[in-house]
Design a binder for this molecule. Structure first.
Ligand SMILES: CC(C)(COP(=O)(O)OP(=O)(O)OC[C@H]1O[C@@H](n2cnc3c(N)ncnc32)[C@H](O)[C@@H]1OP(=O)(O)O)[C@@H](O)C(=O)NCCC(=O)NCCS
Length: 182
């Protein structure tokens, strides 16, 4: 199974593996913001320590042999070291790569999530063992659907009752799934 690059750069961004030491900056940038986590699988953090534990775990996935563990990058503006967001991929097997992404609110509206996602979609479909780059998002999150489309994916349909967003409640919500395949 192909392994994605530990770092990559796009026109405006640099992506790198997180460390637990990034926790205070990630907390202040986006992880403590309920507007950011509204449609996500995790609630906004209220303390730095559990976020540090999450980032430590996320970093450890890069060291492990289990190819199915999610791999996470932090995104920084080129020439800076402050994280402005994150993107992740899970190589699920059967040639599939599942993506997720998040940006600090301050950086919404500049096409940056699509820039990072497009890079990784292109990487995915250049791997002989991977055929499908995909993501899903809440049906009430049209900005995220656009991000997927701008990264080259097309809408495939609605996954009903697919995903719990704890900020919004305990019931699974409908999601739009988009993919680019080769
Ligand atoms: C979703 C998110 C990643 C978008 O990233 P971004 O870099 O700000 O996205 P863009 O700058 O490409 O702009 C979003 C696009 O959606 C469009 N859009 C935004 N709000 C919209 C709305 N309410 N209805 C329709 N389109 C909308 C914008 O017009 C833009 O499209 P365009 O480039 O064709 O004009 C960012 O808002 C975010 O981090 N949100 C919180 C986390 C999240 O929801 N992640 C996705 C989970 S699957």
């Amino acid at each position: 199974m192909s392994r994605p690059p530990a770092t990559f750069a796009t026109a405006r961004l640099v992506a790198r593996i997180p460390t637990a030491d990034d926790a205070p900056a990630v907390f202040a940038s986006y992880a403590n913001d309920p507007a950011v986590t509204r449609y996500l699988a995790w609630r906004a953090y209220e303390r730095v320590e559990p976020l540090a534990a999450f980032l430590r775990e996320a970093a450890s996935h890069w060291e492990k042999r289990d190819a199915a563990l999610p791999l996470t990058w932090l995104l920084c503006l080129k020439g800076t070291t402050t994280p402005i967001g994150s993107i992740g991929v899970t190589l699920e097997g059967s040639g599939r790569a599942l993506f997720g992404y998040v940006l600090a609110r301050k950086f919404w509206g500049h096409g940056m999530a699509a820039e990072a996602l497009a890079y990784l979609v292109d990487w995915t479909l250049a791997q002989p063992s991977l055929y499908r780059a995909y993501a899903y998002c809440d049906v009430e999150n049209p900005a995220s659907v656009r991000v997927m489309e701008k990264a080259g994916m097309v809408r495939e349909g609605v996954l009903r009752r697919w995903h719990v967003a704890p900020t919004l409640g305990p019931e699974p919500r409908d999601c739009m799934v988009c993919a680019k395949v080769r």
